[in-house]
Design a protein around this ligand. Structure first.
Ligand code: HEC
Length: 446
């Protein structure tokens, strides 16, 4: 301090000299020579030793500077106030400029870097593992996590940002995700997250849904019901076909259909069953009676018998089937040959009834045909029979008479192109029988 005071005094004298000489310059008429620069030829050099902070990010680093090139040095760091000592403490890592100034005001500077403390965690990898135990009940808090760490030593542990403790065991935990941090003696950390889950409340629980059903009382009616109940747990609520749950297992006003009932217990465990309601049988007690009217087949032609059916006892309208064939709306089946037929009728509700066997017979030979047949037997078959069929005609076969009636008329009645029999024409009476039969239709049944 004594030296500093002396130096300060010298500096003060020096400046007063400048001021004095300045004032002399102003006062004088001629320009005096400039005073000699006291720093000319003087070089102030600054050297320093640096000390790193003791921790990463710490601020207890230091620079101890000293200078040469004069005496009475004061020092400043990064433009701060000058101080007598070249020692600067409380420094973070970084680069600093130190200026030293000697007693003549001559300065020199140096740039010095305070290096950061080595990171004790560099290259250190801390792995946190744990044995975790889930809560034993839903919502229970008796889960735990027993964490341990590797990769360093002197670990303490915390959970979810709490305070660090020596043990890695954390008890009384509910279901949830937990972050455990392990910190070593140097403050290096490792982190892991562990999740505790509630037990499945439905494990081992089997819920059976049963019920009694009541079908709709009418076809298409909506007065069916299901009364469901459940076993296997408690606190049940019920829903039907995915609707809202309700306390009661009874569901009313149901139409025919398939319904799914779910029973849910207090823990949300469910059981399911499906129930089917059916419409009453619309045909119960319904007897459909069929009356058939058959028209016989006339031989020697394409099948031309028919059956006309009528049904009663069901709900109109009816459709009809012949011998199990397709149902048709018409109640008439034609073009039937001789044989036995069954008609089935189906009403508007699909109820069916079947007729008994209905027979279509060939109609007998009619009286006019029979008369013609006698005429031909008496006058023609001598030349027109099985062994001798003149002109290809055999009149012993009834249907040949029907088929070739026009030729018979031409030859035996009209003698066109010549009379038959060639031995002598028929009597007018016999010819008339042929004419009458043909005029009546010329069928086997006429
Ligand atoms: C004595 C023998 C004889 C008698 C009986 C006879 N026919 Fe014929 N009929 C013939 C001969 C032969 C032919 C072939 C030559 C001809 O067509 O004139 C013939 C051919 C026919 C033909 C076929 C030719 C045509 O024009 O289609 C018819 C039909 C026929 N007779 C009808 C009759 C009838 C009907 C009778 C009785 C009413 C009859 N015939 C009695 C001998 C006879």
């Amino acid at each position: 301090m004594k030296i500093f005071a002396v130096v300060a005094q010298i500096v003060a004298i020096f400046f007063s000299f400048i001021l004095i000489s300045g004032s002399c310059g102003k006062g004088g008429g001629d320009t005096p020579p400039p005073p000699p620069n006291p720093c000319s030829g003087a070089t102030v050099a600054v050297t320093a030793t640096t000390t790193s902070p003791t921790t990463v990010g710490g601020t207890n680093g230091a620079i101890t500077a000293s200078a040469t090139g004069g005496s009475g040095f004061t020092y400043t760091i990064n433009g701060g106030a000058f101080q007598a000592s070249g020692s600067f403490t409380g420094l973070a890592a970084g680069t600093y400029t130190v200026i030293a100034k000697n007693s003549n005001g001559c300065t020199g500077s140096g740039s010095f870097t305070v290096t950061a403390a080595p990171d004790p965690c560099a290259g250190v990898t801390i792995n946190v593992t744990a044995i975790s135990t889930n809560p034993t009940t839903v919502g229970g808090t008796n889960g735990n996590i027993i964490a341990s760490a590797t990769g360093s030593t002197g670990f303490t542990f915390n959970i979810n940002g709490g305070s660090f403790q020596a043990s890695g065991t954390f008890n009384n935990l509910a279901a949830g995700a937990y972050t455990v941090i392990a910190k070593d003696a140097n403050g290096c950390i490792g982190t892991a997250t562990f999740t505790l889950v509630n037990p499945n409340p439905c494990a081992g629980i089997t819920i059976n849904v049963t019920g009694t059903t009541t079908n709709p009382s009418t076809v298409g009616g909506a007065n069916g019901s299901i009364v469901a109940s459940a076993t296997g747990s408690t606190g049940f609520t019920f829903n039907i076909n995915g609707g809202a749950f309700q306390a009661s297992g009874t569901f009313n006003n149901l139409a025919a259909g398939v319904y799914t009932v779910i029973a849910k217990d207090a823990n949300g465990c469910t059981g399911t069953n499906a129930f089917t309601l059916v419409n009453p049988n619309p045909c119960a007690g319904v007897t459909i009676t069929i009356n058939n009217t058959a028209t016989g087949n006339i031989p020697c032609e394409a099948s031309n018998g028919s059956i006309t059916a009528s049904a009663t006892g069901g709900v109109a309208s009816y459709t009809f089937s012949l011998n199990g064939g397709a149902f048709q709306s018409s109640n008439i089946f034609g073009s039937l040959g001789p044989g036995n037929y069954t008609i089935t009728a189906k009403d508007a509700n699909g109820c069916t009834g079947a007729s008994g066997s209905t027979t279509i017979s060939n109609l007998p030979a009619g009286p006019l045909f029979s008369s013609v047949r006698i005429v031909l037997q008496n006058n023609c078959v001598g030349c027109h029979n099985n062994s001798q069929a003149e002109g290809g005609m055999n009149w012993t076969v009834d249907c040949n008479i029907v088929t070739f009636k026009d030729r018979i008329q031409a030859r035996a009645v009209n003698s066109n192109p010549s009379v038959m029999p060639p031995t002598g024409a028929l009597t007018a009476s016999d010819k008339q029988k042929i004419t009458d039969w043909i005029n009546a239709g010329g069928k086997f049944s006429n």
